[in-house]
Design a protein around this ligand. Structure first.
Ligand SMILES: [Zn+2]
Length: 574
């Protein structure tokens, strides 16, 4: 067996997809969930476990488990194979068989980051790291938590990492592409990108090290946080800090906690609150929200309570609403950020506050009340207008109207005004859910087709009877012909590969939609369907011949009429 086949037969697609998407069972071998590749509110994304494929009827994404990993991680074919093989303990063949140049560079960059990570770790434990250790101690980060998060220290010298990368003989272009070191503007050589900083490794969703953030340890060093530049393994806008640790907890609890800083994530994690994540040195992006939403649509925003934090929270809320997340906002008392709060009051009290976090519009309305003069009608209207953009980003019409009314009542604004404002901006988003297979495919064909895909016995009994004239009239013709061609070599993936897109959709729909029920279709049922189809075919042929006989008689071509009548006799009556 070819390696790819071997890998696919060892990997459960439901488990792999389930690491990225909340799936719910819709049948013994079928699961559905929200599509990770486009924004939607009703699931149009299905996984068929028996045939190991996924399909989205909203955006058309679909394929096998390798394709899924490629698409969701932005991996090349080789990287997807490698990642799946590693996760399942399957030995890999030689890389050169599959890898292209870009893939090889990315593999080198991953290695270089691992080298850097080890060096930073060691430096934190060394005498040079005393200042960084002291900072962590002040912030209450226990050594085992620091180790779990891989925290490290980048030396001030500027040659700390350069030296180590040189020792391993990475090439100049590799050094330049890594984002770890920089080429000198004048003169020869490189210098470290991160100097005199506490280092936070950043991982992608599957837990691979892709970049770093470095926090300065003295006030003179600007900026306070420095992130790795974009490289071919790191794009700030699509990475969410700590998602690889938090994602299973997020799925279990069915919500995530979005915080501002790395230290907040670490502080909460250290206190046993495992669902905290942060954006990496950027304003929240739609890609990051989609990543979070795949694990849970419920997101609690818990930023610093200062003005900058509140402004950032407002922007994040807008972005979250745009991506149809359910948003609550937690504002902690005494002006504390999440990390300070759990250290001061403990995680139980934090969890209690979390459970009571209000929905975002209550929080926004409170902000509006503080910002505008609520005693005057103009102030109330201005407050409402301040809230309107956030409300209008709610994609669901009914929910949007309900929220608008709640907010208006809370601010003391006339309901009529709410309606006016809404008429001005009415943008609807259309949603697609998994459609039933094309209506023109008769139920008999559907049953026959599903049985053929699922049972070798049915194929043995039915395929020899599929004659070209019979096939010609069938909606499933192309699919059945492909099954005929495959014969004994039948495999779902091989069948799928032979089909045009429309027929792929047809087949995926048939295997993902519940319409036919879940009980196994017996071979006898399939044969009964075939009998009926043949009968219908004969009846149609008879009707056509009868019409031809009549036409020949009317045209006075009696010889032709007799010939056709004999043909009709041969078809028999039924
Ligand atoms: Zn989709």
């Amino acid at each position: 067996m070819d390696f790819v086949e071997q890998l696919k037969s060892n990997v459960d697609i439901a488990q792999v997809v389930g690491e990225y998407v909340r799936l719910r069972k819709s049948g013994p071998s079928r699961l559905v969930g929200l599509c990770p590749f486009h924004t939607e509110k009703t699931p149009s994304f299905g996984v068929n476990v028996a045939h190991q494929f996924y399909k989205c009827f909203g955006c058309g994404a679909g394929g096998d488990v390798i394709k899924f990993v490629m698409e969701i991680e932005g991996f090349s074919f080789w990287e997807a194979l490698k990642s799946l093989a590693e996760r399942h303990g399957i030995p890999l063949p030689k890389r050169s068989d599959y890898a292209d140049e870009d893939t090889r560079l990315r593999a080198v960059l991953h290695d270089m980051h691992e080298v850097a990570q080890k060096a930073f770790r060691a430096a934190l434990e060394s005498p040079a790291g005393s200042e960084a250790r002291r900072y962590l101690q002040q912030r209450g980060v226990r050594p085992e938590v620091a180790e779990e998060f891989g925290l490290g220290f980048a030396d001030k010298s500027g040659q700390f990492l350069v030296r180590r990368l040189r020792e391993r003989e990475y090439s100049e272009p590799q050094m330049e592409s890594s984002g770890l070191v920089r080429k000198r503007a004048e003169g020869e050589g490189f210098y470290d990108n991160f100097r005199g900083r506490l280092m936070f490794p950043i991982h992608n969703e599957s837990g691979k090290l892709v970049g770093f953030a470095g926090r300065s340890l003295s006030d003179e060093d600007e900026p306070k946080y420095l992130n790795s530049p974009s490289t071919s393994i790191y794009q700030k806008s699509s990475v969410v800090y700590n998602i690889h640790r938090a994602r299973s907890g997020i799925r279990q609890a069915d919500f995530s906690i979005l915080v501002e800083g790395y230290m907040d994530v670490i502080g909460l994690h250290g206190a046993g609150v495992g669902q905290a994540v942060a954006s990496c040195g950027t304003a929240l992006t739609s890609q990051q929200v989609r990543l979070l939403r795949r694990h849970s649509g419920n997101i609690v925003v818990n930023f610093d309570p200062d003005d900058a934090g509140a402004a950032a929270a407002e922007r994040s809320v807008q972005m979250l609403l745009e991506e149809s997340a359910h948003v609550r906002v937690l504002e902690l008392e005494e002006g504390l950020d999440p990390d300070e709060y759990v250290r001061k009051f403990g995680s139980d009290r934090y969890r209690a506050r979390l459970a009571k976090a209000p929905r975002y519009f209550v929080w926004l309305a409170d902000r509006a009340r503080r910002r505008f003069d609520m005693r005057a009608a103009e102030g109330r209207v201005a407050g409402f207008q301040f809230l309107l953009p956030a409300i209008q980003r709610i994609p669901d019409k009914i929910e949007r109207a309900a929220v608008a009314n709640d907010v208006a009542a809370y601010l003391g604004v006339e309901p009529g005004l709410v309606l006016d404002q809404f008429r001005k901006a009415a943008a609807e988003r259309k949603e697609k859910s998994i459609p039933a297979p094309r209506a023109e495919m008769p139920a008999r064909e559907k049953i026959l087709l599903r049985c053929l895909v699922e049972s070798a016995e049915a194929r043995a009994a039915v395929l020899p009877r599929l004659s070209p004239p019979l096939l010609e009239k069938m909606a499933a013709r192309k699919i059945l012909e492909a099954i005929l061609v495959l014969g004994d070599r039948f495999q779902f993936a091989a069948l799928d590969a032979r089909l045009a897109d429309a027929d792929k959709d047809l087949l995926a729909g048939l295997l993902l939609v519940d319409e036919l029920g879940e009980e196994q279709i017996s071979v006898n049922q399939a044969i009964a369907c075939l009998d009926r189809l043949e009968e219908e075919h004969r009846a149609a042929a008879r009707a056509a011949l009868k019409a031809d006989v009549r036409a020949a008689e009317q045209a006075g071509d009696f010889q032709q009429a007799i010939r056709l009548t004999l043909e009709l006799e041969q078809l028999g009556h039924g």
